[in-house]
Design a protein around this ligand. Structure first.
Ligand SMILES: [Zn+2]
Length: 437
C-alpha cells in the first residue's frame, strides 16, 4: 500500500522508540499535572504517590483514573494546567444532566490536534488539490473546527458547511466539485438516500468520506460507500481527550490508528479497573502526553473496545483500535440481558438491509414490573408502498434474528421512512422510559 504520510518519521516510528518517547513524555506530563492541577495532585497524595515514582510507562497503572464527572466538579476551568492567558480556544459539549463540560487548548494543543487530522487526511489520499466539505457542526462541538483545521493544514480547500439543510448540502457537493466530506455516518446515509432519490450520484466528484462522532457498523460503511460512490473511513475522538482524530483509519480500512506519540491507550476491566492483557475487550482509557491546556491522565472513556496489535498494511506502527462496541454507560440491561444498540444495528443491516434503513430507535419501558423492549425501524421507500403482508414478514424476520442474537424478545415495528427524529444530524437511538418513572 503506497499511501502518503503527513509525518512519516513519527507514523512509522519503531515501537521500541515509540515506547521510549511515551515514557519521557509521561514523566513530564505527570510532573506538570501534579504541579498545576489540584484534582490530580489530591488524588496522587491520597495514594501516597509523588511524581518521581513514575519513571516510565510501566508505572502507568499506579496512577489514579480520571472521569467525566471531574469536568463537572471542576467546571469550568479547574482542570486546566496553564493560565487562561495561554488558552487559545474553548470547546464544550452539552451533558444530558446539568453542567456542560468545557475543554481548553493552547496554541501547541491546536497545532498537535490539526497534525493528527492531517495524518488522517493525507493517509486516505487527500492533498492540496482536494475540496473538503465539513458537515460536522461548527461551534462549541469539537467536530467542525477540529476537522476544519486539519483540512487547512494539508492545504486542501475547506468548505465549512456545518450541519442541516440537506438540499443545500447536496447542491454544494455538486456545484463546488467537492471531493471529500466529513460528517456523522447517519447523516451520510441520509445524504446517500436523498442523492439516490434525486438521481444525481453521477454529478458528484466525491471520492472519500470521513465519518465519526457516533457508532456505525461495517455494513453501514458498505451502504454509504455504495450510495455515495466513495471510500468511507472511520474517525474516533472525544472532546475530553482532544476531539475527533485521537484515532483514525488509514487506507487499509482495518481499525483506527491511535496516535501514540500523543496518547497512551489502555484497556481495563470497567468493573475492577484492572488493566487487561493484550487483545482483551474492555474499557478504553487514554492518557494525553503532549496536551498542555487540559491534560488527562488515565481518562475513563466508557467506550468498550478491543485493540489490534498486528502490524498494519500501511506501514504505520501505531496501534489500532477496533470500532467501539458500545459504551459501558450506554449499555442497556433489559430483563437482565446486556444489550448494546450496536448489536441491534448489526442485525438490522444483516437481516433486512434491502427492506429497512439502519435508522432505528429502541424504546424501553417498564410495565407491571416487566421490561418492555420495542424497536422502531424505518422501512425503505420501496417497502413503504408495498403491502402489509410484506411489512409483517420483515418484522417477523428481524424479531427472530434479534432473539437468536440477544436471547431476548423484542417488538419490532416498521415505521414510515424519515419518521424517526434526528437531532443535529445524529439519530436518537435509545429512549429509556424506565429512568423517568
Ligand atoms: Zn494502517
Amino acid at each position: 500500500m503506497a499511501s502518503k504520510m503527513w509525518q512519516e518519521a513519527i507514523e512509522t516510528m519503531p515501537r521500541a522508540e515509540l515506547k521510549k518517547l511515551q515514557s519521557e513524555r509521561l514523566v513530564a506530563q505527570v510532573k506538570r499535572s501534579y504541579e498545576n492541577v489540584e484534582c490530580f495532585r489530591n488524588r496522587m497524595d491520597e495514594l501516597g504517590l509523588k511524581p518521581d515514582a513514575i519513571k516510565d510507562i510501566s508505572d502507568l497503572s499506579k496512577l489514579p483514573f480520571s472521569y467525566k464527572k471531574d469536568l463537572r466538579d471542576y467546571y469550568p476551568y479547574g482542570l486546566f494546567a496553564v493560565p487562561m492567558s495561554q488558552i487559545k480556544r474553548l470547546h464544550a459539549s452539552s451533558g444530558t444532566t446539568g453542567k456542560r463540560i468545557v475543554v481548553g487548548y493552547t496554541e501547541n494543543d491546536l497545532d498537535m490536534w490539526s497534525d493528527c487530522l492531517a495524518r488522517l487526511f493525507t493517509g486516505v489520499g487527500l492533498t492540496k488539490d482536494d475540496i473538503v466539505q465539513i458537515s460536522f457542526g461548527y461551534g462549541l462541538f469539537t467536530g467542525g473546527f477540529g476537522a476544519h483545521a486539519g483540512v487547512e493544514k494539508i492545504g486542501a480547500t475547506v468548505v465549512p458547511m456545518s450541519t442541516g439543510n440537506t438540499a443545500l448540502q447536496i447542491q454544494t457537493l455538486i456545484d463546488f466539485g467537492v471531493t471529500a466530506i466529513c460528517c456523522t455516518p447517519s447523516y451520510a446515509m441520509l445524504l446517500g438516500e436523498e442523492i439516490e432519490k434525486m438521481g444525481v450520484k453521477d454529478e458528484l466528484k466525491l471520492k472519500v468520506g470521513i465519518f465519526g462522532a457516533e457508532p456505525w457498523t461495517d455494513e453501514m460503511r458498505r451502504q454509504i460507500e455504495e450510495k455515495l460512490g466513495i471510500k468511507a473511513y472511520d474517525i474516533y475522538g472525544l472532546s475530553e481527550v482532544m476531539g475527533p482524530g485521537v484515532a483514525c483509519e488509514c487506507e487499509a480500512q482495518a481499525g483506527m490508528h491511535i496516535w501514540e506519540d500523543n496518547f497512551i491507550v489502555e484497556i481495563i476491566d470497567p468493573e475492577t479497573g484492572e488493566v487487561l492483557p493484550e487483545g482483551s475487550t474492555g474499557e478504553l482509557v487514554f492518557t494525553s502526553l503532549t496536551k498542555e491546556g487540559f491534560p488527562v491522565i488515565r481518562y475513563r472513556t466508557r467506550d468498550i473496545c478491543t485493540l489490534n496489535f498486528e502490524p498494519c498494511a500501511c506501514g504505520r506502527t501505531h496501534i489500532r483500535m477496533n470500532k467501539p462496541q458500545g459504551r459501558s454507560d450506554d449499555m442497556l440491561i433489559i430483563r437482565g440481558v446486556n444489550v448494546f444498540p450496536s448489536q441491534i444495528e448489526e442485525v438490522l443491516l444483516k437481516v433486512a438491509g434491502a427492506e429497512v434503513t439502519p435508522n432505528y430507535q429502541i424504546v424501553v419501558d417498564r410495565v407491571n414490573n416487566t421490561d418492555v423492549f420495542e424497536i422502531n425501524v424505518e422501512m425503505n421507500e420501496n417497502l413503504f408502498f408495498d403491502e402489509v403482508k410484506a411489512i409483517e414478514a420483515t418484522e417477523k424476520k428481524i424479531t427472530a434474528e434479534l432473539r437468536s442474537m440477544l436471547g431476548l424478545g423484542a417488538k419490532v415495528h416498521l415505521v414510515n421512512p424519515k419518521s424517526i427524529e434526528r437531532f443535529e444530524g445524529k439519530a436518537v437511538r435509545v429512549i429509556d422510559r424506565r429512568k423517568l418513572s
